[in-house]
Write a protein that binds this ligand. Structure first.
Ligand SMILES: [Mn+2]
Length: 412
């Protein structure tokens, strides 16, 4: 989870209560995509602004699958200038990328991947507006699993949402939202299977990139046995996971190290607020010669501070501050950031503010006091009850018994 939660703004509606019918939604999305390929309909696959490995990996993997089916996919996202983040340039299928300025008017079918709300599309939100042809379905937020609409009908959905954020606003006309999925790319894998497309190494590398990004290299709580099963299947295609990891995390310019030192050096610990935070100004980036996407990993160092449940980095971007927020498990920062106009996951979220830094942080501290508390992961044992006897390392939660680590964290 790097930048996917960093810039969410303007969530229009709270997500609907209850759970989505994921299998029905998946079948409906697969039918929609297969229909688009069969009729030669151009499909635009949209990642969120400043895409991370899950969003762009998901979009490229699905685009490669649609192309393998004979379809006409294009992949796009809002970035100025339009460029793939340095760390993701190894992904295959980059010839399918399209600068948003080349997409005139709403396409017939838009698929949004890892995009929790319309605002996360940035300027590409226009692609989800009504086409003006008089036959387009409304695109307002509506709870829908999508199974109600049939492929090929005049009422066919035009905006498909594929996402795993709990805060997803269901802004599509067809919404496939699985809050239990470790990554959007894992959902794309299931979709590719539903489409009957054989998995190749290029697709596998893109899906793996999303999976390792959102599980923190299999460290986060979303890492289930099924996640490892998926990883094994992806590795079996022959992908170089070592090179993927090196490209994603272990390759930085010297300016990165210098700026990381600066930002960590100005970090403030506020035990009374259970908070550690720092900031990075636009001038800092200029001095270091870095792009915004290159400092997404800074929060991963700050969030290791044991004296605070919540870590924050404010990154200046023009007239706004993009605020990345991480929780060590005791606070639901997804709800917190939704209340500040952003969104995300329970433990990784973000928002954008145009306030001055001091005022922004005052607002944040107030919101932090009121934020929902989660079960403290440090309060329980790290493994199942049998572990002490040395007989097993399988947590009880995975065997259907009592959750071994805070029950609220067992389900995302
Ligand atoms: Mn994701």
């Amino acid at each position: 989870m790097t930048d996917l939660c960093d810039t969410a703004t303007g969530v229009a509606d709270p997500p609907p209560a209850g759970w989505d019918d994921v299998p029905a939604g998946r079948a409906a999305v697969a039918a929609q995509l297969a229909g688009a390929v069969a009729t030669g309909t151009e499909v635009v696959l949209a990642a969120h602004v400043s895409p991370d490995g899950d969003s762009l990996g998901s979009a490229l993997a699905l685009a490669l699958a649609l192309r393998a089916m004979g379809g006409r996919p294009r992949v796009t996202f809002d970035a100025e200038p339009f460029a793939v983040p340095r760390t993701l340039r190894f992904l295959a299928g980059q010839e399918l990328l399209a600068d948003p300025v080349t997409i005139s008017g709403p396409p017939e079918l838009v698929v949004c991947l890892d995009v929790a709300s319309r605002s996360r599309l940035g300027r590409l939100a226009r692609l989800t507006e009504p086409a003006g042809r008089g036959t387009s379905p409304a695109t307002g937020s509506q709870p829908a699993t999508g199974s109600r609409e049939a492929t090929g009908s005049r009422e066919a959905p035009r905006v498909v949402v594929i996402d795993h954020h709990a805060s997803n606003t269901r802004f599509g006309t067809l919404n496939l939202v699985d809050r239990d999925a470790a990554s959007t790319s894992a959902m794309v894998m299931e979709l590719i299977d539903a489409l009957g497309v054989p998995l190749d190494a290029d697709m596998a590398a893109a899906i793996y990139t999303g999976l390792v990004t959102d599980t923190g290299s299999f460290r986060f709580v979303a890492t289930t046995p099924a996640v490892h099963g998926l990883a094994a299947r992806l590795l079996a295609t022959g992908i170089r996971h070592d090179l993927i990891s090196r490209a994603l995390w272990d390759t930085h310019r010297f300016g990165y190290v210098k700026l990381l030192g600066t930002v960590l050096g100005r970090a403030r610990l506020e035990p009374e607020h259970d908070l550690v935070w720092s900031w990075c100004g636009e001038g800092d980036l200029g001095t270091a010669g870095l792009d915004h996407d290159e400092i997404e990993g800074f929060i991963d160092t700050l969030r290791t501070v044991s004296e605070a449940q919540v870590a924050v980095i404010c990154k200046q971007d023009g007239a706004a501050w993009k605020v990345s927020v991480r929780s060590r498990g005791g606070v639901d920062v997804g709800v917190l950031c939704s209340g500040l106009g952003g969104g995300g996951h329970q433990l990784a979220a973000g928002f954008t503010s145009r306030a001055h830094l001091a005022a922004l942080m005052d607002t944040f501290r107030d919101a932090l006091v009121r934020a929902p508390r989660l079960a403290d992961p440090a309060a329980g044992p790290l493994a199942g009850p049998d572990d002490a006897a040395g007989r097993t390392t399988v947590p009880a939660a995975r065997r259907g018994g009592e959750p071994s680590i805070g029950p609220a964290l067992g389900r995302r």
